[in-house]
Each structure stands twice: as C-alpha cells, then as structure tokens.
Design a protein around this ligand. Structure first.
Ligand code: PAF
Length: 274
C-alpha cells in the first residue's frame, strides 16, 4: 500500500488510474471499515482510503481531542484488506486556511435526528467529504449504512451537485452479540460493552413490531425510549422513518428504524432497515 500525505502526491499517484474507488474514514479502523474496503475493491482500478479526523464535524464539547488515533494498526489493517493507496493529510494540508466556504445541506435532511442533537455535524461532514472528493476524484465512494443519515445526506449532495461519483452503501458489520461495530465502542467499560447490545435489540423489537403490522408508530417509539431509559441509557431518539428521506412515514413507505442513545459517557447510534 502506498501512503501519501499531500494532495499533490495523491494526484500524481492517481494519474495512472481511471476509476478510483474511495473509502473515507477517520481512522481507528475496525472490521466494519475493512468490509467497506473489500466492497470498494472490485468497483475501481485502484482502492483509496483516507484517514482524517475532521475537526469541523465535532462540537466543542465532543471527543475531537481524544478521538483514538491508531495510525500503525490502521495502516496494517488497510494493507491486509487490500487497500492500494492511503491518503492521510494533516490539518494544515486539508485546511491550510480557515475553511470559510462550507457545504450547507438542507435542514429537512440534516437538521433532524443526528443533526438536531449534533448541530453543524452535517455541515462539517459534507464540507470535508466534498473536499476529499475534490482531492481523490473517485468514480465510486463507499459509506457504511451504520451512519444511515450521513449516507443519505451525501447521496443527496452528490445528486444535487451532479458529481460523477457513484455512492455505494455498505451493510453494517456487527459483533457476534449484534452490537454495530463503531470506533466509539472502544470507549465502553466492560459492563457497558455487555449492555451496549440493548440498543440494537430495542431497534430489532421496533422492526419486528412494524413488520407484524403495528400502526401506532408513536407508541412504539415511546416504548423503545422507555425501555432504554429504564436500563440506565439516555436515549436521544428511537424512531421509525421513511427510508427515502427520513421523514415521518406514510402507509406503504419502506421504513428504517434509527436510534441514538448515551450509555455512560459514550453516545452510540444504530439503525435497521425494516
Ligand atoms: O463516517 C466517517 O468516518 C466520517 O464522517 C467521514 C465520512 C470520514 C467524514 O469525516
């Protein structure tokens, strides 16, 4: 695997290829990221990953400073997964001056759910993804469905700006007990790690009830919030939404259930397509 830290080196290395398949990450890689690399590989003639912890998408009280930076093991994992090129710019390379031009995704998509609880999050995500797209110029980019709303926001951005990039969604990789793999799982204590699966179980219970024909979605959402709260969680939301735009569903819509909740100091998110 070739490693580059500057945009100039990246562009020069990519000149010989026609169809880059790209997986952007913030590092601290786990099996879920590597599955995305595996998914990207047959889609291009060069597989590119990026590692960049993007300050713009963290709120001031969030974990930007403590976000795990695991460079050596990330490189080993990417190499073993068959990644060809790693782009790992530092902040000065990607943001040489304050990034005052920003991407503002539409409120109806980006100020709900994650965007409601993390104001400005999707501005930060879209801005860096747009910039990474400008650097890598991929034909295909793979994003995990674990960050369902992020995938949707990016799809819409690419569509509205007519970027010639195919956005592919990768299925969520789960631990044997069902917990969705996430870089933030590493923050959990042993006891919290055992409890953490309850988020996916609560979403599963919602999905099962919806499949069985439950119509009272509000009651289902309240029940899921109460279940987690009773177990000591602090849920932000547990909702059933229309898959196409994450708005409240109408009869017949394809659904996704999404949840975000804090367990101790760790905020976890998960979702399931129904
Ligand atoms: O999902 C992530 O890891 C990040 O939000 C992304 C897409 C790499 C942008 O920083």
């Amino acid at each position: 695997m070739h490693i580059v830290h500057t945009i100039a080196e990246l562009r020069s290395h990519l000149e010989q290829f026609k169809r880059a398949a790209f997986v952007p990450t913030m590092g601290n890689l786990h099996e879920g990221h590597l599955t995305l690399i595996g998914q990207a590989r047959p889609l291009g003639d060069v597989t590119v990953a990026s590692i960049f912890v993007n300050r713009l998408q963290f709120l001031p009280h969030e974990d930007f400073d403590t976000y795990p930076r695991t460079w050596d093991s990330d490189c080993e994992k990417l190499q073993a997964a068959g990644c060809d090129l790693l782009f790992a710019p530092n902040e000065k390379e990607l943001y040489p001056e304050p990034q005052t031009f920003k991407m503002h995704p539409p409120a109806e998509l980006a100020d709900i759910l994650e965007g409601y609880f993390r104001p400005g999050f999707f501005v930060g995500v879209c801005t860096v993804v747009m910039k990474l797209f400008a650097c890598v110029q991929p034909r295909v980019a793979v994003f995990g469905k674990k960050d369902y709303q992020q995938l949707m926001v990016i799809r819409r951005m690419v569509q509205q700006f007519a970027l010639p990039i195919e956005i592919v969604g990768g299925e969520t990789t789960r631990a044997p007990d069902g917990l969705a793999l996430s870089s933030r799982n590493g923050y959990l204590s042993e006891g919290e790690r055992t409890e953490a699966v309850q988020l996916s179980l609560a979403l599963k219970a919602m999905a099962t009830a919806l499949k069985a024909g439950t119509h009272d979605i509000g009651a289902l959402e309240d029940q899921a919030m109460r279940t987690l709260t009773a177990r000591g969680w602090h849920p932000d939301y547990m909702v059933a939404r229309r898959r196409s735009d994450l708005q409240a569903p109408q009869p017949g819509d394809a659904l996704v259930v999404l949840g975000a909740a804090k367990l101790g100091a760790t905020r976890l998110i998960d979702n399931l397509e129904v």
